[in-house]
Each structure stands twice: as C-alpha cells, then as structure tokens.
Design a protein around this ligand. Structure first.
Ligand SMILES: [Mg+2]
Length: 196
C-alpha cells in the first residue's frame, strides 16, 4: 500500500547523489527542497559547500531550482546570492508550484528530478508529476512541528520499501535503485552496485 510513495533513489545527502548518472539519464532540471535537504532549518544562508555544489550543477548544465514549503523570508534570504528560480509556500505534496517551475524553466516532467527529505511532501509531489524522485536523509533530527507527525508515517514507507527491496534482490538481479533507508545501519552513503 505504501508503494506509491517509494522514491526512485535514496541517498544520505545531496553530496552523495551521482549527478553525472542523472545527466546520462537525460535529467535536465533539479528541483531542490531547502529545509533539512540543503541546510538545517536554522541555517538561513547556504554554506560555501552547498553554494559550490549548486554552482557546479549549473556548470554541468542542469537547471537548478528551489521549491520550499517555507515562507517568503526564508526563501529570499537563502536565495539572495544564488539567484535561482525559486518558489516559496510550495504546498508540497500538491503539484501546482512544481508544475509552475517546470513551465518557467521549460522542462518536461520526465526530464526533471525533485530532491528532498520528506516522503509525504517532496517524493509525493514528484510522483504526482512523474518526476524522478530522490529522497535524502534529513540533515537534522529537529523537524518543524508540522513535519513530526508525517515522520511517523514515513517509517512505515521505509519498512515497506526495504522489505520489497530485499525480496526483489533475492528473486531478481538487484535494481539497486536505493542504497538504504533511514532505518538502515548503513551510514557511509555507499551506492548499491549499478548506481555508483
Ligand atoms: Mg524539507
């Protein structure tokens, strides 16, 4: 029953994502969540490492965008120097704002990936639009109050996903799409065979 929430990929952080592979898969746009995906909630501006990554992705030819459920101030401060196409009050998992972004940057859904830390916001939003969905481990254990309840249900999704993944790997050659879930002991960010 949770299958429709399974992400296409899971990584420990945005720094672990094999962007070259996404490029080879004809992904042209990357839509990033901010809170707990690029930075913890309390970090108002992108650290150098994060800003460098985003700049590198643009150099690689990706259209890089920001889509946050947080408000205008949060977005404007974070994006002040990045100057990326950005939408605040994203209302994820509703697909409306993500759709607007795709229209603005002129990219078809099959060529876009959404990257975020929440199954019931980022992944679900991406699934609705048929984007490639990339879930990352939340940076910080501290969540906004509105997110805490959703985290409880996310655990069910991961348990279900990992069960399916194990069954798949036992019966068929490993798809290896997701290297581990947050419940996994694997914290080194290694990528399953075939995805490195
Ligand atoms: Mg988030």
């Amino acid at each position: 029953m949770w299958q429709k929430f399974f992400p296409d990929y899971y990584y420990e952080s945005v720094f672990e994502i094999p962007y070259k592979e996404l490029k080879q898969k004809d992904i042209k746009a990357l839509i990033f969540d901010i809170d707990n995906t690029l930075v913890p909630y309390h970090v108002r501006r992108p650290p150098t490492k994060t800003a460098t990554l985003l700049a590198r992705l643009q150099k690689m030819g990706f259209k890089v965008c920001l889509l946050s459920n947080n408000g205008r101030n949060r977005m404007e401060t974070f994006n002040e120097h990045l100057k990326l196409p950005a939408f605040h009050f994203g209302l994820k998992p509703l697909p409306g704002k993500a759709k607007q972004i795709l229209k603005q940057i002129n990219v078809e859904p099959q060529h876009a990936a959404i990257i975020g830390d929440q199954v019931f916001a980022d992944v679900w939003c991406g699934k609705r639009l048929k984007l490639t969905t990339i879930l990352i481990k939340p940076i910080d254990k501290k969540d906004a109050v509105t997110v805490r309840v959703k985290r409880v249900f996310e655990k069910f999704v991961f348990k279900s996903y990992l069960k399916k993944k194990m069954a798949d790997e036992a019966g068929v050659p490993a798809s290896g799409k997701i290297n581990s879930g947050p419940e996994s002991q694997n914290t080194d960010g290694t990528i399953a065979p075939g995805n490195a």
